[in-house]
Design a protein around this ligand. Structure first.
Ligand code: NAP
Length: 327
């Protein structure tokens, strides 16, 4: 049997409940993972509250897009892994059916990669979404290179923290943006080469200052909204604006002004492509091994406290550090 977190209606954290059901046998090409820990993501809150664009059929919706565990059973034809192997789950596009908030989930074998040695289960549960998003946007899409000045919005967030570590691993120069100057020291400690606090500084002038007058080579915008105008002005002519998130719900004016390459990024275009997933996993492995990449953990909850974990997420005090549940 498998404990599974379900919800039958959209709503607050209290709609989540734990049931016991038979663990699903893997079909051909699938693998069953015994989950050891899963992360609680903003996307989970959107699914639970009914604000995600994903199709969710109620009642009996599962939840959870990332997690880690060990291979528990193999479907016919699965090669390259064995029962007991520690793995990371890379993407669960149908989380309402195969979600990671459970003792077991059964997913296509192509959706797991070996767990990097040296990561605790709590960290491994929290690495994939943020780091694959930042890697996919900056490296695969924007072609980040050593020496590039990379402007990282919402740098204190999960994707922002990962982006700064990845930029440092490659030898690029991450310039962090926050709305709150009180966060400057923690962002420098998290890997920022410089921090721009928009409550006290003019973003465009500060970027000019930190880039020797040229502007940012790459701007990672996970905020959007009217603030994107300044980001466009802060980029160097011919630079790249990569749009990967939407933290600001206000409308985003058309980005006019500096000639830029503008690219939007959605994780699933990469995390469902085995060739890119292999590169992502290799990059993360190397980064963990070298000590360059490490997810920041906020708080770890027990499985029975999953509602509390979501309440904690709702408070918004985790500041980009991941909330993890152990199973
Ligand atoms: N493209 C993809 O496939 C993909 C994958 C994962 C996530 N995302 C998206 O990327 C975005 C960031 O995700 P995340 O997990 O890093 O978020 P997060 O951890 O919740 O980010 C929190 C930080 O964002 C900043 N922030 C919050 N609201 C803001 C606003 N209105 N304006 C400016 N900054 C704001 C705050 O930093 P300060 O207070 O320091 O300013 C806050 O500390 C989200 O929109 C998420 O949905 C996209």
């Amino acid at each position: 049997m498998s404990r599974v977190v379900l919800f039958d209606e959209f709503g607050g954290p209290e709609v989540l409940r734990v049931v016991e059901e038979p663990a699903v046998e893997p079909a051909a090409g699938e693998v069953r993972v015994r989950i050891e820990a899963f992360a609680v993501n903003p996307l989970d809150r959107m699914m639970r509250s009914g604000t995600s664009s994903a199709t969710i059929s109620l009642p009996h919706a599962r939840i959870g897009v990332e997690g880690t565990g060990v291979v528990d059973a193999l479907g016919h034809g699965v090669t390259g892994m064995a029962i007991g192997d520690p793995v990371i789950i890379t993407a669960v596009p149908d989380a309402s059916v195969r979600g990671t908030y459970a003792d077991f989930t059964t997913i296509p074998a192509s959706r797991v990669v070996p767990r990097p040695a040296g990561l605790e289960a709590e960290e491994a549960a929290a690495i994939w979404v943020a780091f694959s998003t930042a890697y996919g946007a900056l490296v695969e899409k924007a072609g980040m290179r050593p020496g590039d000045h990379v402007l990282v919005t919402a740098a204190s967030g999960g994707v922002g923290r990962a982006a700064m570590q990845i930029a440092n691993q490659i030898g690029a120069v991450p310039i962090a943006v926050t709305r709150d100057s009180a966060k400057k020291d923690q962002l420098l400690a998290a890997g920022a080469a410089a921090v721009i606090a928009t409550d006290h500084e003019n973003l465009v002038e500060a970027v000019r200052h930190h880039t020797g007058g040229t502007g940012a080579d790459i701007v990672l915008d996970v905020v959007m909204g009217p603030g994107q105008q300044d980001l466009v002005q802060a980029a160097r002519p011919g630079g790249t604006l990569i749009v990967a998130g939407f933290l600001d719900p206000r409308p985003t004016p058309f980005p006019a002004g500096t000639p830029l390459t503008i690219v939007s990024y959605r994780s699933f275009e990469h995390t469902l492509d085995p060739v890119v997933v292999k590169r992502m996993a290799a990059f993360m492995n190397a980064g963990v091994r070298l000590g360059a990449l490490r997810p920041a953990i906020d708080e770890v909850f027990a499985f029975d406290d999953v509602v509390e974990a979501h309440r904690h997420l709702e408070k918004g005090l985790h500041e980009g550090r991941k909330i993890v549940v152990t199973v």
